[in-house]
Ligand binder design. Structure first.
Ligand code: LMR
Length: 391
């Protein structure tokens, strides 16, 4: 029977990790998968996480099951950071823990589909796994252009998609630090998007996987909050994999905004049932560590300081790239104002391959780079290589 299966190519981003690992050139540069790196090129465990993990080892009394919703203390502790002071928006938001942001996106899309959504509008390019999940659950995807060629957000395309949407349609938006372009909507654009969603009735799903890595914890969710303030219902997929450095521990959350307690309870019960049928219960360890951090003032401060340092370093890398201006045919200036880990260089697949083969520089085939892979030791080499390959 199994011979009937068609061979699948490995996920291109994840395949890049192996390709890079197999390269023995000492000056190779990894700009592939989205993990933060320090100025020394490392991805260390956060100090706040280490401390919380130690407390878990010392104090956790049981590893008995929690249920499909996972660690609700973790889910609730995150809420003020995402939704603000009125963290439940008057009792209209409830959430559950998920295996990473991917689990949250999967649950959001599957629940939207269960509620009757048939078409999903999505700005492209997007995180490649969005399309894979959409395809896997057989939702129809309607693409619109996320960005203009000049590196600004194409808000008109998003607004047109929203305004022309029929009933039973949803839109997937990136809350901040757009993956892969780094191009986010401005406050005015988020406002217009919120107004248009409220008017058209399209169902908003907001994926927030890089909270705190763009401009700050409050700044990065200002757009999301402005949309939620205007709409009756929404889903929010949230990841702690980057902003707590928990990657392989898979720490995420899924939140539902509904217009009334009864609807919220009903939607939540469906999310629970879908989670139970998918992964039964999320892995506990990482979420428990995040809960301990957010319940302890000094650990919270330590986490925020570590997040500030990450953001600051990425800003410095971006400023250095922007100052370089042109590298061959590539204008690096827009990277200075883009946000988060990623930006896309206008390079061809052949040029991406040449950068890898001739210079040991690894980036996604789309031209996406992880700016955190650049350090003061390799940034000149990177700029010169881009100039050589595209010049
Ligand atoms: C990325 O886009 O590199 C990250 O979100 C990691 C992943 O799972 O793809």
């Amino acid at each position: 029977m199994l011979h009937r299966l068609e061979e699948q190519s490995p996920d291109a981003l994840l395949a890049l990790i192996k390709l890079h690992a197999a390269d023995d050139r000492p000056d190779k540069v990894d700009l592939g998968v989205g993990v933060y790196r320090t100025g020394q090129g490392d991805t260390p465990v956060f100090g706040a996480i280490k401390a919380a993990e130690q407390s878990l080892v010392d104090e956790q009394e049981s590893k008995s099951y929690l249920g499909p919703e996972g660690d609700i203390g973790f889910v609730n502790a995150l809420m003020p950071y995402i939704f603000g002071e009125d963290a439940t928006m008057g009792g209209r938001i409830a959430g559950m823990q998920t295996p990473g942001g991917t689990g949250a996106v999967r649950l959001a899309l599957a629940l939207a589909q269960k509620a009757g959504v048939q078409k999903l509008h999505m700005g492209v390019p997007s995180w490649p796994n969005h399309a894979q999940i959409i395809n896997d659950i057989a939702l129809e995807m309607v693409p619109f252009d996320h960005a203009n060629p000049d590196g600004t957000a194409n808000v008109e395309a998003a607004l047109a998609a929203i305004r022309h949407a029929g009933p039973d349609e949803a839109i997937l938006l990136h809350g901040c630090c757009h993956n892969p372009t780094g191009i986010d909507y401005s406050a005015e654009e988020w406002n217009a998007i919120g107004d248009a969603i409220a008017e058209s009735g399209i169902f908003p799903i907001i994926d927030t996987a890089y909270h705190g890595l763009g401009n700050g914890l409050d700044e990065d969710v200002a757009g999301l909050r402005s949309v939620l303030a205007k709409v009756p219902e929404a889903f929010i997929a949230y990841s702690c994999d980057k902003n707590f450095g928990m990657y392989r521990d898979r720490v995420g959350a899924f939140y539902i905004l509904a217009d009334g307690g009864e609807t919220l309870d009903k939607a939540f019960s469906n999310a629970n049932a879908l989670a139970r049928a998918s992964w039964s219960m999320p892995p506990d360890h990482g979420a428990a560590a995040v809960r301990l951090i957010l319940r302890d003032g000094s650990l919270t401060q330590m986490w925020m300081d570590e997040l500030d340092q990450m953001r600051e370093r990425m800003r410095q890398v971006r400023a250095t790239l922007a100052d370089a201006g042109m590298a061959g045919s590539v204008d690096l200036t827009p990277l200075g104002t883009q946000n988060g880990l990623f930006s896309v260089l206008p390079v061809s697949k052949e040029q991406v391959a040449q950068l890898r083969e001739d210079h040991g520089i690894y980036m996604a085939g789309s031209g996406r780079i992880n700016v955190a892979g650049l350090t003061m030791n390799n940034i000149e080499k990177f700029i010169e290589a881009v100039a050589e390959v595209t010049g």
